[in-house]
Ligand binder design. Structure first.
Ligand SMILES: Cc1cc2nc3c(=O)[nH]c(=O)nc-3n(C[C@H](O)[C@H](O)[C@H](O)COP(=O)(O)O)c2cc1C
Length: 223
């Protein structure tokens, strides 16, 4: 698989087979992602990877807390700016509509939407869950570095025939996650990520999200 194929076939996978991912594969993916660039080569990423019993335990901790607190804990950062403007607002809306359409959930059916959203907190059934942390002192440039690192993980996963879904949703449970993983307060949870074999039959995995045309985001001069 070349880079273009890895980029093209990566999609947010929201249903997995329960086939385990060998430790050697996870290590190979992380070893590869080590080569991601970062400003000043700070390599500001910290990753925790869970499978088996620890994964089930953490999922159970959050599942037990969800009914009392469906919105999660006090957020540490805004996943989106409070009032999204165009064209971002429409893109976000369409992405949600298209996602729920794949599983036949109507806009008005808030309960079904919540139920689907809550599947974030079981990593959509993936056998491996990753958590990406960053040192609290780091600024926006280092957050961008962390994003590049996550993309490397997602593309390398494709090379191993695996799929992923990056999950900011986990930031709503940063305390529970950090407590369970004994992560010192110096580190802040950015996102989780599901990793595993795609369930090819699952309707939700049929979603292919749109992208803006090149002319909408790129300006080329002097060619
Ligand atoms: C940093 C980041 C966080 C995301 N968080 C979530 C999430 O919490 N739950 C989810 O279902 N999808 C999440 N996504 C997936 C996006 O919705 C998805 O990337 C986008 O709609 C484009 O679709 P694609 O990944 O299938 O190409 C996240 C993606 C990124 C890059």
């Amino acid at each position: 698989m070349n880079v273009a194929e890895a980029i093209d076939t990566r999609m947010s996978c929201r249903a997995y087979l329960d086939t385990p991912v060998p430790e050697a594969t996870v290590r190979a993916i992380l070893e590869g992602a080590r080569r991601s660039p970062s400003g000043g080569n700070l390599q500001p990423w910290r990753v925790h990877v869970l499978t088996g019993v620890p994964l089930a335990e953490l999922v159970a901790v959050v599942r037990a807390r969800l009914p009392l607190n469906p919105r999660g804990e006090t957020p540490e950062y805004d996943v989106y700016p409070p009032e999204l403007w165009e064209p971002y607002r429409s893109r976000r809306f369409k992405c949600g509509e298209d996602l729920y359409a794949t599983i036949g959930v109507a806009r008005e059916d808030r309960l079904a939407r919540l139920r689907q959203f809550a599947r974030n907190y079981s990593f959509f059934g993936a056998p491996v869950g990753l958590f990406f942390f960053i040192d609290r002192g780091m600024g926006r440039p280092q957050w961008a570095d962390l994003g590049m690192f996550m993309q490397s993980v997602m593309l390398l996963a494709r090379e191993h025939g695996l799929d992923t879904c990056a999950q900011e949703a986990w930031s709503a449970w940063h305390q529970a996650v950090s407590e369970y993983l004994h992560v010192p307060p110096q580190f802040m949870l950015f996102a989780g990520m599901a990793l595993g074999l795609r369930d090819p039959e699952a309707p939700i995995n049929r979603l292919r999200t749109d992208r803006a045309r090149l002319e909408e985001f790129a300006t080329l001069r002097g060619f």
